[in-house]
Design a binder for this molecule. Structure first.
Ligand code: ADP
Length: 197
């Protein structure tokens, strides 16, 4: 391709002693994945991109906004008992703690809940606010950050979930409005999606 570009599928077929039909699936995979550029009535060009930099280009281009999932939320006053029930009912591993206006105040992971439940604490009377990891100690992402940035934060900070927040200024106070979540599941789903041909 590099030596003969632009080259038509007829010319490639002739050089390789194959039929055009036999080449068609290979050419379409190479074109869809960005390794080849196809120009109508001109032929195929080698794009100069390798498989590796096509993947990194893609995951850096995909924004958190496109992949974020719906967060399950509880209030700071909810009991640890209710939080555990919510964890099972909603089938999630992390609960986000918000105020009435939707601003993020903290989160509780399954291990936070397990830790308090394993002792003899009266979990029906302990509010989530007492055990949660609290802002400003949360690792967050914004909708504009890339899927790659989010995955990097999950790995670097060894956490299962990141709240997606929009930063809003109210006077001299900064509020973090919770608009989604990115979890290990979100990243795994993206991985599967990108792996599909
Ligand atoms: P698990 O409890 O299942 O191990 P994590 O690894 O996510 O789940 O949580 C480990 C600890 O880190 C918990 O105490 C949790 O409150 C805290 N944590 C979880 N997510 C974050 C985050 N995005 N930012 C800061 N701390 C977090």
């Amino acid at each position: 391709m590099k030596r003969n570009e632009p080259i038509t599928s007829e010319q490639i077929a002739e050089k390789l002693h194959l039929t055009r039909a036999a080449l068609r699936p290979d050419l379409s995979i190479l074109t869809i994945s960005g390794i080849l550029d196809a120009r109508p009535r001109v032929g195929y060009f080698f794009s100069g991109k390798t498989a590796g930099n096509i993947v990194s280009e893609k995951i850096n281009k995909i924004k958190v906004d496109e992949i974020k999932a719906v967060p399950v939320v509880v209030k700071e006053e909810s009991s640890v008992y209710d939080a555990i029930v919510t964890l099972f009912l909603e089938d999630v591993g992390t609960l986000f703690v918000v105020q009435d206006d939707g601003s993020l105040v903290g989160l509780v992971s399954r291990k936070d809940l397990l830790k308090i439940a394993i002792g003899n604490a009266d979990i029906r009377n302990i509010p989530v606010g007492v055990i949660m990891t609290r802002m400003p100690n949360l690792i967050t992402v914004t909708p504009e950050e890339s899927a790659y940035d989010a995955a990097q934060k999950i790995v670097d900070h060894q956490v299962d979930a990141l709240p997606v927040v929009k930063v809003e200024k109210q006077g001299d106070r900064i509020k973090y409005k919770l608009v989604g979540k990115v979890t290990k599941t979100t990243i795994t789903k993206l991985f599967v999606e990108l792996g599909k041909i």
